[in-house]
Design a protein around this ligand. Structure first.
Ligand code: UDP
Length: 381
Protein backbone atom coordinates (compact mmCIF):
# COMPACT_ATOMS: atom_id res chain seq x y z
CA UNK A 1 0.00 0.00 0.00
CA UNK A 2 1.32 3.46 -0.94
CA UNK A 3 1.03 6.12 1.76
CA UNK A 4 -0.79 9.38 1.09
CA UNK A 5 -0.86 12.46 3.35
CA UNK A 6 -3.63 15.01 2.93
CA UNK A 7 -3.61 18.45 4.58
CA UNK A 8 -7.15 19.54 5.43
CA UNK A 9 -10.49 17.72 5.81
CA UNK A 10 -12.67 20.05 3.71
CA UNK A 11 -14.34 19.10 0.45
CA UNK A 12 -11.06 18.74 -1.51
CA UNK A 13 -9.24 16.59 1.05
CA UNK A 14 -12.19 14.34 1.87
CA UNK A 15 -13.23 13.80 -1.77
CA UNK A 16 -9.72 12.87 -2.89
CA UNK A 17 -9.36 10.53 0.12
CA UNK A 18 -12.69 8.91 -0.65
CA UNK A 19 -11.95 8.39 -4.35
CA UNK A 20 -8.43 7.03 -3.80
CA UNK A 21 -9.55 4.75 -0.96
CA UNK A 22 -11.98 2.97 -3.28
CA UNK A 23 -9.27 1.11 -5.18
CA UNK A 24 -7.61 -0.41 -2.06
CA UNK A 25 -4.09 0.64 -3.12
CA UNK A 26 -3.55 3.54 -0.74
CA UNK A 27 -3.37 4.17 2.98
CA UNK A 28 -4.48 7.74 3.62
CA UNK A 29 -3.79 10.06 6.58
CA UNK A 30 -5.73 13.34 6.68
CA UNK A 31 -4.25 16.00 8.99
CA UNK A 32 -6.87 18.50 10.12
CA UNK A 33 -5.94 21.53 12.23
CA UNK A 34 -9.41 21.89 13.71
CA UNK A 35 -11.34 19.49 15.91
CA UNK A 36 -13.83 18.69 13.15
CA UNK A 37 -14.15 17.68 9.51
CA UNK A 38 -15.84 19.75 6.78
CA UNK A 39 -13.61 22.84 6.72
CA UNK A 40 -15.69 26.00 6.47
CA UNK A 41 -18.73 23.95 5.35
CA UNK A 42 -19.00 22.38 8.81
CA UNK A 43 -22.49 22.53 10.33
CA UNK A 44 -23.80 21.49 13.73
CA UNK A 45 -26.97 21.86 15.80
CA UNK A 46 -27.01 24.82 18.14
CA UNK A 47 -27.36 23.49 21.70
CA UNK A 48 -29.86 26.09 22.92
CA UNK A 49 -32.25 26.14 19.96
CA UNK A 50 -31.50 22.86 18.13
CA UNK A 51 -31.26 24.91 14.90
CA UNK A 52 -28.79 23.55 12.32
CA UNK A 53 -26.06 26.18 12.11
CA UNK A 54 -23.62 26.73 9.23
CA UNK A 55 -20.83 27.47 11.67
CA UNK A 56 -18.63 29.39 9.21
CA UNK A 57 -21.44 31.35 7.57
CA UNK A 58 -24.24 30.67 5.09
CA UNK A 59 -23.60 27.85 2.61
CA UNK A 60 -26.24 27.47 -0.09
CA UNK A 61 -25.26 24.76 -2.52
CA UNK A 62 -25.73 25.76 -6.15
CA UNK A 63 -24.42 24.44 -9.43
CA UNK A 64 -25.38 24.25 -13.08
CA UNK A 65 -23.53 20.96 -13.55
CA UNK A 66 -25.82 17.95 -13.35
CA UNK A 67 -22.95 15.59 -12.50
CA UNK A 68 -22.00 17.70 -9.45
CA UNK A 69 -25.62 17.93 -8.28
CA UNK A 70 -25.93 14.14 -8.70
CA UNK A 71 -22.66 13.60 -6.83
CA UNK A 72 -23.74 15.57 -3.75
CA UNK A 73 -27.28 14.18 -3.87
CA UNK A 74 -25.90 10.65 -3.74
CA UNK A 75 -23.94 11.51 -0.61
CA UNK A 76 -26.84 13.09 1.31
CA UNK A 77 -30.50 14.02 0.77
CA UNK A 78 -30.64 17.54 -0.67
CA UNK A 79 -33.71 19.68 0.04
CA UNK A 80 -34.83 22.30 -2.48
CA UNK A 81 -33.85 25.77 -1.31
CA UNK A 82 -33.75 29.10 -3.17
CA UNK A 83 -31.51 31.80 -1.74
CA UNK A 84 -33.40 35.11 -1.64
CA UNK A 85 -31.43 37.98 -0.17
CA UNK A 86 -32.63 41.34 1.09
CA UNK A 87 -30.33 44.36 1.12
CA UNK A 88 -30.76 47.20 3.60
CA UNK A 89 -29.54 50.51 2.20
CA UNK A 90 -29.84 54.15 3.32
CA UNK A 91 -33.07 54.25 1.29
CA UNK A 92 -34.68 51.13 2.80
CA UNK A 93 -34.80 47.38 2.18
CA UNK A 94 -34.77 45.94 -1.35
CA UNK A 95 -34.43 42.59 -3.10
CA UNK A 96 -30.89 41.66 -4.19
CA UNK A 97 -29.64 40.89 -6.87
CA UNK A 98 -30.78 44.08 -8.55
CA UNK A 99 -33.95 43.11 -10.44
CA UNK A 100 -36.97 44.94 -11.90
CA UNK A 101 -38.56 45.31 -8.45
CA UNK A 102 -35.33 46.67 -6.98
CA UNK A 103 -35.06 49.26 -9.75
CA UNK A 104 -38.72 50.32 -9.51
CA UNK A 105 -38.74 50.49 -5.72
CA UNK A 106 -35.40 52.23 -5.44
CA UNK A 107 -36.10 54.90 -8.09
CA UNK A 108 -39.85 55.07 -7.32
CA UNK A 109 -40.82 54.13 -10.89
CA UNK A 110 -43.14 51.70 -12.61
CA UNK A 111 -40.90 50.60 -15.46
CA UNK A 112 -41.54 47.70 -17.81
CA UNK A 113 -38.48 45.46 -18.31
CA UNK A 114 -37.56 47.35 -21.52
CA UNK A 115 -37.93 50.74 -19.84
CA UNK A 116 -35.82 49.60 -16.90
CA UNK A 117 -33.11 48.37 -19.26
CA UNK A 118 -33.08 51.70 -21.07
CA UNK A 119 -33.04 53.56 -17.75
CA UNK A 120 -30.00 51.61 -16.51
CA UNK A 121 -28.25 52.27 -19.83
CA UNK A 122 -28.78 55.98 -19.24
CA UNK A 123 -27.41 55.60 -15.69
CA UNK A 124 -24.36 53.68 -16.83
CA UNK A 125 -20.95 55.18 -17.57
CA UNK A 126 -20.56 54.68 -21.32
CA UNK A 127 -16.92 55.77 -21.28
CA UNK A 128 -15.96 52.45 -19.65
CA UNK A 129 -15.42 49.96 -22.45
CA UNK A 130 -13.68 47.03 -20.81
CA UNK A 131 -14.24 47.17 -17.04
CA UNK A 132 -11.25 45.83 -15.13
CA UNK A 133 -12.08 46.85 -11.58
CA UNK A 134 -15.11 46.18 -9.37
CA UNK A 135 -15.98 49.89 -9.52
CA UNK A 136 -15.78 50.10 -13.32
CA UNK A 137 -17.92 46.98 -13.64
CA UNK A 138 -20.54 48.54 -11.34
CA UNK A 139 -20.54 51.98 -13.02
CA UNK A 140 -20.84 50.41 -16.45
CA UNK A 141 -23.66 47.98 -15.67
CA UNK A 142 -25.76 49.54 -12.89
CA UNK A 143 -24.64 53.17 -12.70
CA UNK A 144 -23.59 55.42 -9.84
CA UNK A 145 -26.72 55.39 -7.59
CA UNK A 146 -27.23 51.64 -7.33
CA UNK A 147 -23.47 51.13 -7.01
CA UNK A 148 -23.11 53.60 -4.14
CA UNK A 149 -26.16 52.35 -2.25
CA UNK A 150 -25.87 48.59 -2.69
CA UNK A 151 -22.23 47.83 -3.37
CA UNK A 152 -19.76 50.53 -2.34
CA UNK A 153 -20.13 50.35 1.46
CA UNK A 154 -20.69 46.60 1.65
CA UNK A 155 -17.67 45.91 -0.53
CA UNK A 156 -15.42 48.21 1.50
CA UNK A 157 -16.48 46.40 4.66
CA UNK A 158 -16.19 42.95 3.11
CA UNK A 159 -12.79 43.40 1.45
CA UNK A 160 -11.22 46.23 3.49
CA UNK A 161 -10.14 48.16 0.37
CA UNK A 162 -11.67 50.59 -2.12
CA UNK A 163 -13.75 48.77 -4.78
CA UNK A 164 -11.56 50.34 -7.46
CA UNK A 165 -8.69 48.18 -6.19
CA UNK A 166 -10.67 44.94 -6.61
CA UNK A 167 -11.11 42.87 -9.78
CA UNK A 168 -14.35 43.11 -11.80
CA UNK A 169 -14.78 39.34 -11.40
CA UNK A 170 -16.04 39.76 -7.80
CA UNK A 171 -19.07 41.78 -8.94
CA UNK A 172 -19.68 39.49 -11.92
CA UNK A 173 -20.75 36.82 -9.41
CA UNK A 174 -24.05 38.67 -8.93
CA UNK A 175 -26.58 38.95 -11.79
CA UNK A 176 -28.65 42.01 -12.79
CA UNK A 177 -32.16 41.13 -13.97
CA UNK A 178 -35.00 42.93 -15.69
CA UNK A 179 -37.62 40.52 -14.32
CA UNK A 180 -39.02 40.07 -10.80
CA UNK A 181 -36.90 36.93 -10.28
CA UNK A 182 -35.19 37.39 -6.90
CA UNK A 183 -33.24 34.11 -6.88
CA UNK A 184 -29.71 35.05 -5.76
CA UNK A 185 -28.16 32.56 -8.18
CA UNK A 186 -28.56 31.72 -11.84
CA UNK A 187 -27.56 28.08 -11.22
CA UNK A 188 -29.77 25.27 -12.54
CA UNK A 189 -29.63 23.31 -9.27
CA UNK A 190 -29.84 24.73 -5.76
CA UNK A 191 -30.42 23.22 -2.34
CA UNK A 192 -29.31 22.59 1.23
CA UNK A 193 -28.51 19.17 2.73
CA UNK A 194 -31.42 18.05 4.86
CA UNK A 195 -29.18 17.05 7.77
CA UNK A 196 -26.55 19.77 7.34
CA UNK A 197 -23.18 19.50 5.62
CA UNK A 198 -21.25 17.48 8.21
CA UNK A 199 -22.78 14.05 7.33
CA UNK A 200 -21.42 14.48 3.78
CA UNK A 201 -17.89 14.55 5.13
CA UNK A 202 -18.55 11.72 7.59
CA UNK A 203 -19.65 9.57 4.69
CA UNK A 204 -16.65 10.52 2.54
CA UNK A 205 -14.10 9.51 5.17
CA UNK A 206 -15.91 6.33 6.32
CA UNK A 207 -13.34 3.89 4.95
CA UNK A 208 -10.79 1.61 6.64
CA UNK A 209 -8.00 3.09 4.54
CA UNK A 210 -8.66 6.66 5.77
CA UNK A 211 -7.54 8.04 9.13
CA UNK A 212 -8.31 11.61 10.16
CA UNK A 213 -5.91 13.18 12.67
CA UNK A 214 -7.81 16.00 14.37
CA UNK A 215 -6.18 19.05 16.01
CA UNK A 216 -3.09 18.24 13.96
CA UNK A 217 -0.82 20.57 12.07
CA UNK A 218 0.50 19.18 8.82
CA UNK A 219 3.66 17.24 9.78
CA UNK A 220 7.01 18.86 8.93
CA UNK A 221 8.53 15.51 8.10
CA UNK A 222 6.61 13.77 5.36
CA UNK A 223 9.34 11.26 4.40
CA UNK A 224 7.15 8.26 5.13
CA UNK A 225 4.55 9.38 2.57
CA UNK A 226 4.65 8.67 -1.16
CA UNK A 227 2.42 11.59 -2.09
CA UNK A 228 0.85 14.74 -0.59
CA UNK A 229 -2.41 16.55 -1.31
CA UNK A 230 -2.27 20.01 0.21
CA UNK A 231 -5.47 22.05 0.69
CA UNK A 232 -4.20 24.73 3.10
CA UNK A 233 -3.13 28.28 2.17
CA UNK A 234 -0.58 28.27 -0.66
CA UNK A 235 1.73 30.82 0.98
CA UNK A 236 1.83 28.87 4.27
CA UNK A 237 3.09 25.73 2.45
CA UNK A 238 6.18 27.68 1.42
CA UNK A 239 6.55 29.34 4.81
CA UNK A 240 5.57 32.74 3.33
CA UNK A 241 8.84 32.85 1.35
CA UNK A 242 7.49 35.40 -1.16
CA UNK A 243 5.34 37.28 1.37
CA UNK A 244 1.82 36.79 2.66
CA UNK A 245 -1.02 36.37 0.16
CA UNK A 246 -3.91 38.38 1.62
CA UNK A 247 -7.08 36.64 2.76
CA UNK A 248 -10.18 38.03 4.44
CA UNK A 249 -11.40 36.32 7.55
CA UNK A 250 -14.86 36.49 9.11
CA UNK A 251 -16.13 36.87 12.67
CA UNK A 252 -19.62 35.87 13.72
CA UNK A 253 -21.44 37.45 16.66
CA UNK A 254 -24.05 35.00 17.95
CA UNK A 255 -27.44 36.24 19.18
CA UNK A 256 -30.53 34.47 20.50
CA UNK A 257 -34.19 35.52 20.42
CA UNK A 258 -37.44 33.89 21.52
CA UNK A 259 -39.09 34.53 18.18
CA UNK A 260 -38.10 34.90 14.54
CA UNK A 261 -35.71 37.83 14.12
CA UNK A 262 -35.98 38.56 10.39
CA UNK A 263 -38.14 37.29 7.53
CA UNK A 264 -35.18 36.13 5.43
CA UNK A 265 -32.23 33.83 6.03
CA UNK A 266 -29.79 36.51 4.86
CA UNK A 267 -30.15 40.28 5.14
CA UNK A 268 -27.25 42.38 3.83
CA UNK A 269 -26.37 45.73 5.38
CA UNK A 270 -24.88 47.86 2.64
CA UNK A 271 -24.11 51.07 4.51
CA UNK A 272 -20.48 51.63 5.43
CA UNK A 273 -21.43 53.04 8.85
CA UNK A 274 -23.01 49.73 9.97
CA UNK A 275 -20.03 47.65 11.07
CA UNK A 276 -21.30 44.22 10.03
CA UNK A 277 -21.94 43.08 6.45
CA UNK A 278 -24.95 40.81 6.95
CA UNK A 279 -27.17 39.01 9.44
CA UNK A 280 -28.00 35.34 8.90
CA UNK A 281 -30.82 33.62 10.75
CA UNK A 282 -30.12 29.96 10.34
CA UNK A 283 -33.50 28.36 11.00
CA UNK A 284 -34.57 29.78 7.61
CA UNK A 285 -31.95 27.56 5.95
CA UNK A 286 -34.05 24.55 7.02
CA UNK A 287 -37.66 25.57 6.28
CA UNK A 288 -38.64 21.88 6.59
CA UNK A 289 -37.93 22.07 10.35
CA UNK A 290 -39.90 23.95 13.04
CA UNK A 291 -38.15 25.96 15.72
CA UNK A 292 -39.71 28.33 18.20
CA UNK A 293 -36.53 30.00 19.35
CA UNK A 294 -33.95 31.39 17.01
CA UNK A 295 -30.24 31.98 16.66
CA UNK A 296 -28.81 34.60 14.31
CA UNK A 297 -25.34 35.85 13.49
CA UNK A 298 -23.96 39.27 12.68
CA UNK A 299 -21.07 38.82 10.27
CA UNK A 300 -17.95 40.99 10.38
CA UNK A 301 -15.08 40.87 7.94
CA UNK A 302 -11.41 41.46 8.77
CA UNK A 303 -7.92 41.00 7.34
CA UNK A 304 -6.72 37.46 8.12
CA UNK A 305 -3.57 37.19 10.21
CA UNK A 306 -1.51 33.99 10.09
CA UNK A 307 -3.55 32.58 12.98
CA UNK A 308 -7.04 33.52 11.70
CA UNK A 309 -9.11 31.15 9.59
CA UNK A 310 -8.78 32.32 5.97
CA UNK A 311 -12.09 32.57 4.06
CA UNK A 312 -11.63 34.69 0.94
CA UNK A 313 -8.47 35.11 -1.20
CA UNK A 314 -8.33 38.82 -2.10
CA UNK A 315 -6.44 38.61 -5.42
CA UNK A 316 -5.56 42.25 -5.92
CA UNK A 317 -3.42 43.13 -8.94
CA UNK A 318 -0.51 44.08 -6.66
CA UNK A 319 -0.30 40.54 -5.23
CA UNK A 320 -0.07 38.85 -8.61
CA UNK A 321 3.71 38.66 -8.69
CA UNK A 322 3.91 36.90 -5.29
CA UNK A 323 1.16 34.52 -6.40
CA UNK A 324 3.02 33.78 -9.65
CA UNK A 325 6.19 33.03 -7.68
CA UNK A 326 4.33 30.59 -5.41
CA UNK A 327 2.69 28.88 -8.39
CA UNK A 328 6.03 28.59 -10.19
CA UNK A 329 7.68 27.10 -7.12
CA UNK A 330 4.76 24.67 -6.69
CA UNK A 331 5.06 23.61 -10.33
CA UNK A 332 8.72 22.74 -9.78
CA UNK A 333 7.89 20.23 -7.04
CA UNK A 334 7.03 16.58 -7.45
CA UNK A 335 4.77 14.38 -5.32
CA UNK A 336 2.42 17.13 -4.19
CA UNK A 337 -0.90 18.43 -5.53
CA UNK A 338 -2.34 21.81 -4.47
CA UNK A 339 -6.13 21.78 -4.53
CA UNK A 340 -9.10 23.77 -3.17
CA UNK A 341 -9.89 27.43 -2.49
CA UNK A 342 -6.91 28.11 -0.23
CA UNK A 343 -4.19 26.18 -2.08
CA UNK A 344 -5.15 27.48 -5.53
CA UNK A 345 -5.83 30.96 -4.09
CA UNK A 346 -9.02 31.28 -6.13
CA UNK A 347 -12.53 32.46 -5.09
CA UNK A 348 -14.17 29.06 -5.67
CA UNK A 349 -17.70 28.03 -4.75
CA UNK A 350 -18.42 24.62 -3.23
CA UNK A 351 -19.47 23.13 -6.57
CA UNK A 352 -16.23 24.23 -8.24
CA UNK A 353 -14.18 22.80 -5.36
CA UNK A 354 -15.99 19.47 -5.72
CA UNK A 355 -15.54 19.45 -9.51
CA UNK A 356 -11.81 20.17 -9.21
CA UNK A 357 -11.28 17.54 -6.49
CA UNK A 358 -13.10 14.93 -8.59
CA UNK A 359 -11.07 15.93 -11.64
CA UNK A 360 -7.79 15.53 -9.68
CA UNK A 361 -8.96 12.17 -8.29
CA UNK A 362 -9.85 10.86 -11.75
CA UNK A 363 -6.47 11.92 -13.11
CA UNK A 364 -4.73 10.20 -10.19
CA UNK A 365 -6.72 6.99 -10.67
CA UNK A 366 -5.91 6.95 -14.39
CA UNK A 367 -2.17 7.77 -14.37
CA UNK A 368 0.99 6.71 -12.51
CA UNK A 369 1.97 8.84 -9.52
CA UNK A 370 4.75 10.69 -11.34
CA UNK A 371 2.12 12.12 -13.69
CA UNK A 372 -0.28 13.35 -11.00
CA UNK A 373 -1.01 17.09 -11.46
CA UNK A 374 0.45 19.96 -9.34
CA UNK A 375 -2.84 21.90 -9.63
CA UNK A 376 -6.31 21.04 -10.98
CA UNK A 377 -7.39 22.51 -14.30
CA UNK A 378 -9.65 25.45 -13.28
CA UNK A 379 -13.35 24.55 -13.53
CA UNK A 380 -15.67 27.44 -14.42
CA UNK A 381 -18.89 28.02 -12.43
N1 UDP B 1 -21.78 42.71 -2.60
C1 UDP B 1 -22.17 43.99 -2.21
N2 UDP B 1 -23.37 44.16 -1.60
C2 UDP B 1 -24.19 43.14 -1.32
C3 UDP B 1 -23.81 41.84 -1.71
C4 UDP B 1 -22.59 41.66 -2.33
O1 UDP B 1 -21.42 44.94 -2.41
O2 UDP B 1 -25.27 43.38 -0.72
C5 UDP B 1 -20.47 42.54 -3.28
C6 UDP B 1 -19.35 42.25 -2.28
O3 UDP B 1 -18.18 42.86 -2.73
C7 UDP B 1 -19.26 40.74 -2.35
C8 UDP B 1 -19.49 40.50 -3.83
O4 UDP B 1 -20.51 41.45 -4.17
O5 UDP B 1 -18.00 40.28 -1.94
C9 UDP B 1 -19.90 39.10 -4.19
O6 UDP B 1 -21.05 38.75 -3.46
P1 UDP B 1 -21.38 37.24 -3.07
O7 UDP B 1 -22.76 37.21 -2.52
O8 UDP B 1 -21.07 36.38 -4.24
O9 UDP B 1 -20.34 36.99 -1.90
P2 UDP B 1 -20.20 35.73 -0.89
O10 UDP B 1 -21.56 35.16 -0.64
O11 UDP B 1 -19.25 34.78 -1.56
O12 UDP B 1 -19.61 36.35 0.31
Amino acid sequence: MKKIAIAGAGFSGCIIASELAKIQKYKIDIFEKRSHIGGNCYSERDKQTNVMVHVYGPHIFNTSKKEIWDYISHLTPMKPYINRVKAVTAKGEFPLPVNLRTINLFFDKNFTPEEAKLFLTEQSDATIVEPKTFEEQALKFIGHDLYKNFFYGYTKKQWGVEPKELPASILKRIPVRFTDDDNYYNSLYQGIPEFGYTPIFEKLIAHDAITVHYNSDFPQNLKKYDYIFYTGPLDAYFDYEFGQLPYRSLMFEKNYANQTYQSNAVVNYCEEKIPYTRISEHKHFAPWETHEKTVYFKEYSKQATKTDIPFYPIRMAQDKSALDQYVEKAQSLSNVTFVGRLATYRYLDMDQVIAEALQVSQKCLATPMDQWPRFPEPVAK
